[in-house]
Design a protein around this ligand. Structure first.
Ligand code: ZN
Length: 285
């Protein structure tokens, strides 16, 4: 049995998986303080006698093995979890190997191994929800360097007539600041799910996402891009994004893959299970 934890800013999803990825048991808890949230999660994994634990966690995280704070959640805006040694605490309590990567990296790994990018060594998973994250897989490996890439915060050019100041506390008008769920709510005065009948909302959203995706194509040359997250529940958005990407690329990337954008920029294939399966894959690796 392998333990998997999808650690999010609002909820924690704990699961126990069999070797084939079947979920044997699952526990979902609201994310409160470590003192409130860690004990029931530990109890769950102990009860199931997991042999190892994989964590896909909200960030930023210290994933540098040489660092004294390796395995810590670092400068998160969730103050209770700031500089919390989540890997160390689970190791101590469970006495089994514990591995961790970001939530979006685990989702990327899940889609790459079991979902819509199965068999591909180079792909990107993008989630657009309360934030924007991109998990990048190059040569079959998740990209890490000084830390994990933070492509949600790349700069985007404001669209003509859009004077919205942006929602990111660090950069204002970065991709996340212009196009994540909270930016949509602030800009349009209602949450994304209540804006489905306003085509201008989705056209603008597609333009910003396309800018981010174009950067990602030019920087990493992925073989496929998966676009997921709550904001993508609007059915018009994905086709709009594809057309905007095609226009922005201007024919410059002439590979056959990019000519068939409906097979190149795709929806996730694993519903909401990609991160848990990615956690399992992290353990296997
Ligand atoms: Zn930002």
């Amino acid at each position: 049995m392998i333990g998997a934890l999808e650690a999010g800013g609002t909820k924690m999803i704990c699961a126990v998986l069999q070797q084939d990825g079947t979920v044997a048991d699952k526990l979902t808890l609201p994310t409160r303080t470590p003192a409130q949230t860690m004990p029931p999660m530990i109890e769950f994994f102990v009860k199931h006698k997991v042999e190892a634990l994989g964590i896909g966690c909200f960030g930023p995280l210290d994933l540098d093995e040489a660092s004294p704070t390796f395995g810590f959640i670092t400068a998160t805006p969730k103050l209770d979890w700031r500089f919390y040694d989540i890997v160390g605490e689970f190791k101590k309590a469970l006495g089994v190997p514990v591995v961790m990567d970001t939530d979006v990296n685990c989702a990327a790994l899940g889609e790459a191994c079991f979902g819509s990018c199965k068999g591909l060594q180079d792909c990107v998973y993008i989630t657009v929800g309360t934030g924007i994250g991109m998990g990048v897989l190059v040569n079959g490996k998740l990209v890490h360097g000084i830390q994990h890439p933070e492509l949600g915060h790349i700069p985007v050019a404001p669209m003509a007539g859009d004077d919205y100041a942006g929602h990111c506390p660090y950069h204002g008008r970065c991709l996340e600041g212009m196009a994540a769920g909270p930016a949509m709510r602030e800009r349009w005065g209602a949450p994304a799910q209540e804006l489905n009948d306003r085509p201008e909302v989705w056209q603008l959203e597609a333009e910003y996402l396309a800018q981010g995706i174009m950067t990602c194509i030019l920087a990493y040359a992925p073989r496929r891009i998966v676009l997921g997250g709550g904001v993508l529940h609007n059915p018009t958005l994905l086709p709009l994004v594809r057309s905007a990407v095609q226009r922005l690329l201007g024919g410059y990337v002439a590979c056959p893959a990019v000519q068939k954008l409906e097979e190149y920029i795709v929806a996730p294939a694993l519903g909401d299970a990609q991160a848990l399966l990615g956690c399992m894959q992290l353990v296997r690796q």
